[in-house]
Design a protein around this ligand. Structure first.
Ligand code: ZN
Length: 459
């Protein structure tokens, strides 16, 4: 009879455990969350990035620029930190420095740190991003270098503060829509593609929202994304701001006092806000986005559970073949940035290390079966977001560009064939040798498939 007694005891224990699970809110043991924010506004005038036609440093500030971080820890103690920044793009040198420091200080593996840039074009230059855009005086150059140093330190501090703030909480996910992004690849009568408005072109208007609440149910942070260039304000604006993304965060934080609004730029490389070029339009688009986020929070959101899984890799992207003669010819170009690019490329040839490829960061952070964040480097065009979501159905997937490194545009195979700014001309300002080889899309997607497999989402 002894085994029966044993079984009965086990049964009672099981019943007790089940009762406990039913009585306790599911969230109580699911997550720990931490939130931190620090200002990254430059202390004085500084050259702004994004538009090659600017001819002087910034003149004043519309609103502060921010670095914000959320730390998440599942029941098994697995952590990840997502960082958003109101800057043009974090170069790999800075991301790697931050990654190494986070590994050393908090044992945070590189795969568990996601660094996204809002790509504001009314923010400071961040070396070595877009480094052939301007010629600087030594003092201006020093100011840009000092800013990169301050930014690096502040980002590490923000990440540390978010980890230090880890406390029991809840995570939920939902999606809304905002309509102001338009495809900007305009096809003209002469067959050329220019930057304009293409109402027939592909867009992705979804607004993914990750809500982080404290154990008391109070909203602590909302991480929201949108696939659209942060370029309402054009090259003639000289005041520092976060553009529509900056205004969206401010408007959101007015609606939810005490909570951090965090903007993540998705695959918006070939998308522009429409209309644009006026101060009030940046505010208007920001308000539209904040209102969309607020509507998601007021609706039915999906509870997000663990476990947390992460993967990161560097994939190699190849440039189309080029020769020394190509750049010798380019030395006589009328575009100053092209001459600077040519000089850099010739120097590389002289040193017997012509630039033939670039390392490309690909990352996935999966929260249970509820949502996966895929973060890709560069100015990622919308086609990658749409394709990745289509190829990985069944679970929510958010595809961000402008993450971990912004080394140039990342065109799809189709855009590469069509040509235009995203495929060819932009490479000048990034100091890259020229267009990618035709297999660029398959190489990027190969990386995506690989990281998705590693977080358990392979087919
Ligand atoms: Zn851009």
């Amino acid at each position: 009879m002894k085994p029966l007694v044993y079984n009965r005891k086990m049964m009672m224990l099981r019943c007790f455990a089940l009762l406990l699970a039913l009585l306790l809110p599911a969230s109580a043991a699911d997550w720990k969350i931490g939130v931190a924010r620090m200002k990254i506004t430059p202390g004085g005038p500084i050259w702004m990035s994004g538009y090659g036609n600017r001819n002087k440093p910034s003149e004043g500030v519309v609103h502060d620029l921010w670095a914000k971080a959320i730390a998440m820890e599942d029941k098994r103690g697995q952590r990840a930190v997502i960082v958003t920044t109101d800057i043009i793009g974090l170069p790999r040198a800075i991301s790697e420095q931050i990654g190494a420091e986070c590994q050393k200080r908090w044992g945070l593996d590189r795969s568990r740190l996601m660094l996204n840039s809002s790509h504001t074009h009314t923010g400071p230059m961040v070396r070595e991003n877009l480094n052939t855009m301007f010629d600087f005086s030594p003092e201006e150059s020093q100011r840009v270098r000092d800013y990169a140093q301050m930014l690096t330190k502040t980002l590490i501090d923000t990440i540390g503060a978010a980890i230090g703030d880890l406390q029991p909480g809840d995570i939920a996910y939902g999606e809304g829509k905002a309509p102001f992004a338009v495809n900007r690849r305009q096809f003209n009568a002469n067959g050329k593609v220019t930057i304009g408005v293409n109402p027939q072109g592909a867009v992705d208007h979804s607004v993914p929202v990750l809500a982080l609440k404290g154990a008391d149910g109070k909203l602590r942070a909302a991480l929201f994304g949108y696939a659209c260039h942060n370029t309402t304000l054009t090259g003639e604006f000289y005041k520092l701001s976060g553009d529509y993304a900056g205004f969206a965060q401010i408007e959101f934080e007015k609606m939810h006092p005490g909570a951090a609004g965090m903007f993540m730029l998705l695959a918006g490389g070939d998308q522009n806000p429409n209309p644009r070029s006026k101060d009030e339009l940046a505010i208007q688009h920001g308000r539209t986005l904040a209102t969309a986020v607020d509507a998601v929070l007021k609706g039915q959101m999906k509870p997000v559970r663990g476990p947390l899984r992460a993967a990161f890799q560097l994939t190699e992207l190849q440039f189309a073949p080029h020769t020394r003669e190509d750049f010798e010819k380019e030395l006589s170009s009328k575009t100053p940035a092209a001459v600077r690019r040519a000089k850099e490329m010739l120097k590389a040839y002289d040193e017997r290390r012509p630039v033939t490829k670039v390392a490309y960061p690909v990352q996935a952070i999966r929260l249970g079966k509820d949502v996966t964040y895929v973060a890709l480097g560069g100015e990622l065009v919308v086609g990658y977001g749409l394709r990745t979501k289509k190829e990985f159905p069944g679970e929510n997937t958010v595809v961000a560009g402008y993450s971990n490194d912004v080394m140039c545009y990342i065109p799809t195979a189709q855009i590469l064939k069509e040509g235009g700014y995203e495929a060819v001309d932009s490479m000048i300002y990034y100091g890259q040798p020229g267009p990618f080889a035709p297999d660029v899309e398959e190489r990027v997607m190969g990386g995506v498939k690989n990281v998705m497999k590693r977080v358990g989402r392979a087919k």
